[in-house]
Design a protein around this ligand. Structure first.
Ligand code: C5P
Length: 246
């Protein structure tokens, strides 16, 4: 777990997996007082495009562009530069792309963001991959060992943090304690698990040392998303004050 380096102490990043920039920005405007930032995924980045990042950033919260970059270093540097200049606080890149690619992403992001704080979050291992599916791709390792190795690589390449499942939080924090940990697969108590396999509640993930929580449908599909965000804040309140981050 990294020491608190977040501009906003609220650890909830809402995954705005919505089809249009209008819907995303309307919902974000309502949620802004109750959440720590917004995640823009491939749906918004490939539909409305990266301009949505700037629209959301104007609400005053960090915007995390989950672009999952993976290409040759030169191409990744250019993509990270564009996303950084569009206003992203963080951009994701696959650690499996290797050191040169991660370093290029870090450089491109810094060039694009200029003087604003900005960093790369490395995806260690997709949570959809298990030991068998990794072996099919030629990678002989358990997801846990691979996540640890890639977290080390992310830290050595200058990344600011990692995306990791709650299950691998401990191993990742042990091997690269300076990295921010951002954890998806979070379900507030009483919310359906949908298609997520390894889930944790917000307070459970914080107790295990997560710095940020990615929460999508638990908020966006709630009957009252604002009320759902407030309930999550209440669920986390005890843990956050115990950790001195409230
Ligand atoms: O709706 P839900 O809370 O499951 O949303 C999770 C978000 O986190 C989605 O935007 C998804 O793309 C992303 N994500 C994930 N698992 C990962 C990496 C990212 O669910 N391993």
């Amino acid at each position: 777990m990294a020491q608190i380096v977040n501009e906003d102490r609220n650890p909830v990043l809402v995954a705005l997996d919505l089809p249009t920039a209008e819907r995303a920005s309307l919902l974000a405007r309502d949620l802004a007082p109750y959440v720590g930032g917004f995640k823009v995924g491939l749906e918004l980045l490939t539909g409305p495009g990266p301009r949505v990042i700037g629209v959301l950033a104007r609400l005053g919260k960090p915007v995390f562009a989950d672009a999952k970059l993976h290409d040759i270093p030169n191409t990744v540097r250019a993509a990270a530069r564009h996303l950084g200049s569009a206003g992203a606080r963080w951009v994701t890149a696959h650690a499996s792309g290797g050191r040169a690619m991660l370093e290029a992403a870090v450089e491109g992001m810094a060039e694009g963001a200029g003087t604003r704080p900005a960093g790369i979050l490395a995806i260690t291992v997709l949570t959809s991959l298990d030991k068998e599916s990794l072996a099919e791709t030629g990678v002989v390792a358990t997801p846990g060992r691979l996540a640890a190795k890639r977290a080390r690589l992310a830290a050595d390449s200058g990344c600011e943090g990692v995306i990791t499942s709650v299950k691998e939080l401990t191993v990742v924090s042990d091997i690269a304690p300076g990295l921010l940990t951002v954890v998806p697969g979070i379900r507030p108590p009483g919310v359906s698990r949908h298609d997520q396999v390894r889930i944790a509640s917000p307070s459970e993930a914080l107790c295990r040392g997560a710095d940020y929580l990615v929460i999508g449908r638990g908020i966006t599909k709630a009957q009252d998303p604002v009320e759902a965000s407030r309930a999550i804040l209440a669920d986390m309140a005890g843990v956050r004050s115990a950790h001195g981050a409230g």
